[in-house]
Write a protein that binds this ligand. Structure first.
Ligand code: SF4
Length: 621
């Protein structure tokens, strides 16, 4: 079938065995690609109750049916597994070239299972796939690792690897390709537990499309749309560095561990200030937006630090939680996370948690090896990030994620752990955008902004209808709509930014059909049903792991403490009606009030085959 790579590569790391399998046509038809096919395999193959860091877990790397084409912004790739942070389903998305390279090598997905006895890496080249010794690579950072692999296998090599954080099983470790990261949910720790340092692919461009002329005409149309699109132009000009000012004005920028929603001095880390440090740009495969802005610090204590980023989430992660705006420190912490292979969101959130515990006297300098975790102390922030990546001292505790760290520390620390289902909350204050918060509470992966972004509340987009972001109720259908829409784009796998541009609604379905030759994909309703199917299957995965309504919640702070923001637009906001929001949401989804998909909903989606095995396993985290 054109568009697809056509094969699945299965690697048993315990036995050192590698095999190939075709992907059944009916799986492609029902799940389209990307995240859809990923959850289908994870659900079918993973036994409930599997230890995420044990040999039984499976790590799935995959692309989408548009990857490797010259269409814009559609060559992203994804990791699907069971999360060591949440114990739930995990999906994490990344950019750069790796997704296209996987397609050129002839694969739609790689399933990595078992656990190697010693550090190894997987190389896929002209001669086939083989496991190689990674003794020389173990301990190297992500950039050194990729450089080593390119030297060894040549310039046509692209790789995805872990750094020291993944090797040390930091529960929010990332998988890194170039400087783009599959960062959420601890996918890098799963790779580290398998003692797999990297997957490297050496290949040349090779791709078959079902109707190449039609596809090229659609690409020309897409480029035309982009030229006139303000969202595209903003991404091209500024990346997301300009977002902080907007979100701060809205009172949505979390400060001091989600106590306040606005930060004084936000102009110090505006897009214009970042532009002064810009030394280059970076884009994913076939994306002219090139939203990655490369920054270098020229003076001060962080002179020499440089990173491809920070983008908005990382700018927040290393400013708001410690209430300090030092561009040099932010770039240095961002670089550190990329090099060590760690999620910047979880790292910044964990640091903010530690700063509040220090302020409250729950931890002291004895616990921090002398670091003074006082607001504004950006040097302590960078030092603590380093300790987390190396699992040193307090960093070893925080490397477990804030939920586990709070249990370990005790003395009421759980009240200050800002997470949903164990995944640290990102850079949007849920009290100031309650459909966005409902997405955090109900998302299949936990507290993620990218799983059901509420554009209605944050950018005022009136689709499918306008939404008052402060309203206590009337958000259930919106959260489900946003989550299903993201699932739709991630069957592609289309970049989350580009999916918000005008071309998407007009061309996505037509591109899928022209690439694969599958006429059904040209029908928007067919794709929407496939997206809802995959979302429900992810939920069923979590139900089988013991998740239900009780885990669909936000930190107590969001439900009881008014947001501090004197004079700001969101001052005093609280999520007052969490139960009503959940009832609305489950009704919109066709789930029971316990948050379990009903039999008729599963039948409607063609998932009746799983009805018999939806029994809940005891939750083990
Ligand atoms: S807009 Fe940015 S993140 Fe999205 S595909 Fe393009 S370069 Fe990658």
């Amino acid at each position: 079938m054109a568009g697809y790579g056509g094969k699945l590569l299965r690697v048993d790391l315990s036995q050192g065995q590698i095999s190939q399998e075709p992907i059944p046509e009916e799986v492609k038809l029902a799940f389209v690609g990307g995240r859809g096919i990923g959850i289908k395999y994870l659900y079918d193959e993973l036994a409930p109750g599997t230890d995420p860091l044990g040999p039984g877990n499976k790590l799935i790397l995959l692309n989408g049916p548009l990857a490797g084409t010259n269409a814009q912004s559609v060559s992203r790739w994804m990791v699907i597994t069971k999360s060591p942070l949440t114990g739930a389903y995990a999906r994490s998305v990344a950019g750069a070239d790796f997704g296209a390279w996987l397609k050129f090598a002839g694969y739609d997905l790689i399933i990595l299972e078992g656990q190697a006895a010693r550090p190894i890496y997987l190389h896929i080249g002209r001669e086939g796939a083989e496991l190689r010794d990674a003794g020389e690579l173990w301990g190297k950072n992500t950039q050194e690792t990729q450089e080593w692999l390119s030297r060894r296998h040549g310039p046509l090599t692209r790789s995805a690897c872990i750094g020291p954080a993944g090797e040390r099983l930091v529960r929010f470790a990332a998988i890194v390709s170039a400087r783009r990261t599959a960062s959420r949910c601890g996918v890098g720790a799963v790779m580290g537990a398998k003692r797999l340092k990297a997957v490297a692919i050496t290949t040349q461009r090779h791709l078959e499309l079902a109707v190449p002329e039609a596809f090229q005409a659609l690409v020309r149309e897409q480029i035309g749309y982009n030229k006139a699109d303000l969202g595209y132009q903003n991404s091209h000009e500024m990346g997301t560095t300009g977002a902080s000012a907007h979100f701060n004005r809205l009172g949505i920028f979390p400060v001091r561990n989600f106590r306040a929603g606005q930060m004084k001095g936000a102009e110090e880390f505006s897009g214009e200030e970042y532009r002064k440090l810009r030394v280059g740009e970076f884009g994913c495969y076939s994306c002219s937006a090139r939203c990655g802005k490369h920054h270098r610090v020229l003076a001060g204590p962080y002179a020499g630090a440089e990173s491809e980023g920070p983008e908005y989430e990382s700018i927040w992660a290393f400013t708001g939680p410690i209430d300090s705006a030092n561009l040099g420190a932010t770039v240095a912490a961002d670089q550190l996370c990329d090099d060590l292979g760690m999620d910047t969101i979880s790292t910044g959130n964990a640091i903010g948690f530690a700063f509040e515990l220090f302020e409250k006297g729950i931890i002291t300098e004895k616990d921090t090896d002398g670091l003074k975790l006082r607001y504004g102390n950006h040097a302590a922030m960078v030092a603590l990030a380093h300790k987390i990546g190396r699992r040193e001292g307090l960093g070893d505790v925080l490397a477990e994620g804030v939920a586990r760290a709070a249990e370990h520390i005790g003395h009421g620390a759980s009240a200050y752990a800002m997470h949903a289902k164990g995944l640290e909350l990102p850079a949007y204050e849920p009290r100031a955008a309650k459909a966005h918060g409902l997405n955090y509470a109900t998302s299949n992966i936990g507290g993620s902004h990218c799983f059901g972004y509420a554009t209605q509340e944050i950018f005022g987009v009136p689709v499918p209808r306008p939404v008052d972001r402060f309203a206590d109720t009337g958000k259930g259908d919106i959260a489900a709509f946003n989550q299903n829409r993201t699932a739709l784009t991630e069957m592609g796998i289309v970049c989350t930014f580009a999916a918000g541009w005008r071309w998407f609604g007009q061309l996505y379905h037509r591109m899928l059909t022209a690439a694969t030759g599958i006429p059904e994909f040209g029908d928007r309703a067919y794709l929407a049903a496939a997206a809802e199917r995959l979302y429900n299957l992810e939920r069923c995965f979590n139900v089988r792991e013991g998740f239900s309504r009780a885990q669909d919640t936000l930190p107590q702070r969001m439900l009881t403490e008014p947001l501090e923001q004197p004079g700001g637009p969101a001052h005093g906001q609280v999520v007052r009606a969490q139960d009503a929001l959940l009832d609305e949401y489950y009704a919109a989804r066709g789930w029971t009030t316990a948050g379990i998909p009903k039999a008729e909903k599963l039948r409607e989606l063609g998932l009746e085959g799983i009805l018999g095995n939806l029994k809940q396993a005891p939750r083990a985290r």
